[in-house]
Design a protein around this ligand. Structure first.
Ligand code: F6R
Length: 251
């Protein structure tokens, strides 16, 4: 078995509440000290309920995001930020438009750069994370192929923010959002495995039966590039939350 602590919850809503409560406690603690909270954020279906809960905590319980600094994991390339398929659009729609994170404290990889500007952009992205004090909390989903961020199978333990080629499985799963697999971008800009592992706290959420097979592999395989999520075994403060559907076939 793996060394990654994992929690099985009744359903996705329970996970959203538990993880949102942890993030809220962190933000409140750091606000009370007059310090910023640096969050690494994910997109996709998995975190939608969690973002909804964070928005509720802001509206109903006054959770103050004014000192929060965010870094998103990834963005398709090429991708215009105002396209409805962009992760820029997703983040504003689900979270940033509804809480008080100052726009200057939001960072999302730029999918609209010229190709020759990407390497400098990625180096600067890493530098900005460092300048912010490093990631306090990194939220992750998982791809059916075991990717975290867009670190597809084959991604190295020491990989950093960079341009990546998307795996066939990833592009197939995104086909619905783009109106066909052929229309899914072939590349993305993603934080690397090393970038993620430097976060002081990591929470990976896997919900729904489509994640059951990969979760079984993650929890029973040694850390390796074949399944990038297994690298979380190398982190001393990571937790995996699965709902009963994603846990169904775990033994
Ligand atoms: C998204 C990301 C991806 C997703 C993963 C799961 O920013 O980095 O790794 O977390 O593909 O996606 P969903 O949640 O849609 O199943």
């Amino acid at each position: 078995m793996t060394h990654i602590p994992f929690v099985v919850a009744e359903n996705a809503q329970e996970i959203a509440q538990t993880v949102a409560a942890e993030i809220a406690a962190l933000i409140r603690e750091r606000n009370a000290e007059g310090r910023s909270t640096v969050l690494g954020l994910a997109t996709g279906n998995t975190p939608i309920l969690l973002y909804r809960e964070l928005v509720r905590l802001h509206r109903e319980e006054g959770l103050d995001f004014s000192r929060v600094i965010t870094f998103n994991l990834d963005e398709y390339y090429p991708m215009q930020p105002d396209s409805s398929q962009s992760y820029h659009y997703f983040m504003h729609h689900h979270l940033f438009d509804h809480v008080n994170v100052p726009a200057s404290q939001i960072h999302i990889p730029d999918g609209f750069l010229s190709r020759d500007a990407i390497a400098d952009f990625c180096a600067a992205y890493e530098q900005k994370i460092q300048q912010a004090g490093g990631l306090d909390f990194q939220l992750l989903g998982i791809g059916e192929n075991g990717h975290i961020g867009f670190n597809e199978p084959g991604s190295a333990r020491d990989s950093r923010t960079r341009l990546v080629r998307l795996d066939a499985t990833t592009r197939r799963n995104a086909a619905g959002d783009f109106g066909g697999e052929d229309l899914v971008p072939r590349e993305a800009i993603s934080m690397g495995v090393a970038t993620i592992l430097e976060a002081r706290r990591i929470v990976l959420i896997a919900t729904g039966s489509k994640k059951a097979t990969i979760m079984q592999k993650v929890l029973h395989s040694a850390a390796s590039s074949d399944i990038p999520a297994t690298f979380l075994q190398l982190h001393e403060n990571a937790t995996i939350y699965v709902d009963t559907a994603a846990h169904a076939s775990l033994v």
